[in-house]
Design a protein around this ligand. Structure first.
Ligand code: SF4
Ligand code: SF4
Length: 487
């Protein structure tokens, strides 16, 4: 157990909590600290795990509730399908997620990290419990299995099985559960790519939860890096109260020969008058999954897991002092100042979020059943015939059929601008489109040169695209020579 002098030395030199003095990795085996927050976090974690595991099996309108079909560039969320042409919707969605994260962090600090991040959920409530089961709990006597040679082997086998299960579940979000079940029942040689993906994802999960562990939060996760700008002194954090705890110091020793420095079995032992409530037992440090000492103040490594609260509350109960020496609070409250819930960022973020979500809904509702993109073919902008009287524009019409059925769409040129498709019957171009499959068709449009005379070399036309049930319009500018034809 480290002394206060050692903690101070670490603070002064800025040593990482997971590095030994010689620079090697310090492997953390945090104690479990049962308490009210651990119970709530455990329940919430299992709820999240249940959702993650069950979601691929849930269908809405005969489609998976969530399907990220990268191969076909089609993303389905709870009955809504987004296509590559929905870039604006995607951008608005991503912006709204960022603003929500900013707002949540400004109000509740790292509540995401401590309660809902998959890294914390699976590390603390799946992998660490497996590890403790097979290799022992720090501070407790090992049983036969844990002390024997097979504990470590069984731990690694369990890690592998859990990682395989997580990798398959993860892949189901990208290929759909039906494809996954189909693949699982066949030889890997029938689907080598997906087999390699599964192996790769399993390997990554094993590496992350078996080896990399808390380093993901400390050095890799960008969210942790941005904490200093997203938090302010009124944000909810987990904090040690130095006004109450300092000067910290050990309580009187237990009877001679006791293995523990503090006799925690004494109910409400007399308190040294010059000392604060912290008895320097370091329980808050040994339970911390990132190995930090919360008494050093707000730190980037703190993931807000509340384990130190449970640990310290247990100690306070045992020594007969009030709970809450470490607690959810704000920096202002810890300094004895009032906490301001309403502040500029807490007003600006919701306003921005409302704006972005409104835009999202407006764009979503305004989505047409066909996405139409008209592009000019590569090469010359237009071609004249021999006597210059007729102008040809070569274009590409790209359609995405957003309806659930295959359809033949008729493309017409509206009004009577003088322009017409080359080589089509009844002046209509027919394009067959399967659901959500982009289809591109090239076509030539021929126009008398006079039509461009008034438009400074441009002629705006309108395409009508549709079938008996629906119709959308799209304007396009044909290009031609300026001025009228010389005779
Ligand atoms: S658990 Fe509480 S009493 Fe023990 S060292 Fe931490 S802050 Fe002090
Ligand atoms: S300092 Fe406390 S809340 Fe922060 S990571 Fe460590 S145990 Fe969790």
């Amino acid at each position: 157990m480290k002394t206060e002098a050692q903690h101070s030395a670490e603070r002064d030199t800025g040593t990482l909590s997971t590095l030994n003095d010689d620079g090697s990795r310090k492997w953390l085996k945090p104690r479990v600290s049962p308490g009210r927050y651990l119970i709530k976090r455990r329940l919430f974690a299992w709820f999240l795990i249940l959702i993650f595991t069950a979601l691929p099996y849930i269908t809405i309108n005969s489609k998976p509730a969530v399907l990220l079909d990268i191969l076909h560039r089609e993303f389905t969320f709870f009955g809504m399908t987004f296509l590559p042409t929905d870039t604006l919707l995607l951008a608005l969605f991503i912006v709204s997620v960022f603003i929500t994260v900013f707002l949540m962090t400004a109000l509740l600090g790292r509540v995401w990290c401590g309660w809902a991040c998959p890294q914390t959920v699976y590390m603390e409530f799946v992998y660490r419990p497996i590890e403790r089961f097979f290799t022992g709990v720090p501070g407790r006597k090992k049983n036969k299995l844990q002390a024997g040679p097979f504990g470590g082997v069984l731990k690694n086998v369990s890690y592998l099985l859990v990682s395989l299960f997580l990798a398959h579940t993860f892949l189901a979000y990208f290929v759909g559960i039906d494809s996954l079940i189909h693949w699982v029942g066949r030889s890997p040689l029938d689907h080598p790519t997906s087999f390699i993906v599964i192996l790769f994802v399993t390997g990554m999960i094993l590496f992350d939860f078996g080896i990399f562990r808390e380093q993901m939060c400390i050095v890799a996760c960008p969210y942790g890096r941005f904490q200093s700008v997203m938090l302010d002194r009124n944000s909810l954090i987990i904090s040690y109260d130095p006004n109450r705890g300092e000067p910290r110091g050990r309580m009187r020793r237990a009877k001679k020969g006791s293995p523990t420095p503090v006799d925690l079995t004494v109910s409400a032992p007399p308190k040294e008058p010059e000392l604060g409530d912290c008895i320097d037992c370091a329980m808050c440090v040994t339970t911390c999954p990132t190995g930090i000492d919360i008494r050093d103040g707000l730190q980037l490594e703190c993931i807000g897991c509340a384990q130190c609260i449970d640990a310290c509350d247990t100690i306070m109960d045992k020594v007969g002092r009030d709970r809450g020496l470490i607690r959810y609070s704000t920096q202002e409250a810890i300094d004895g100042k009032p906490t301001h819930l309403i502040r500029p960022r807490v007003i600006i973020y919701p306003l921005l979020l409302t704006l972005v979500l409104t835009l999202f809904v407006v764009v979503l509702v305004g989505k047409k059943p066909i996405d139409v993109t008209i592009l000019r073919e590569q090469g010359l902008p237009y071609v004249s015939n021999d006597d210059g009287s007729m102008i040809t524009n070569n274009i590409k019409i790209k359609l995405v059929n957003r309806t659930p059925a295959s359809t033949t769409f008729a493309v017409r040129i509206a009004g009577d601008p003088g322009a017409s498709f080359v080589g089509t019957e009844n002046g209509s171009l027919l394009i067959e489109a399967d659901p959500r499959e982009p289809v591109t068709q090239g076509v030539a449009i021929v126009t008398p040169r006079e039509a461009f005379a008034a438009g400074k070399g441009m002629l705006e036309i309108t395409f009508e695209i549709g079938n008996e049930n629906l119709s959308v319009e799209q304007t396009y500018r044909l290009i031609g020579p300026r001025g009228s034809v010389s005779k």
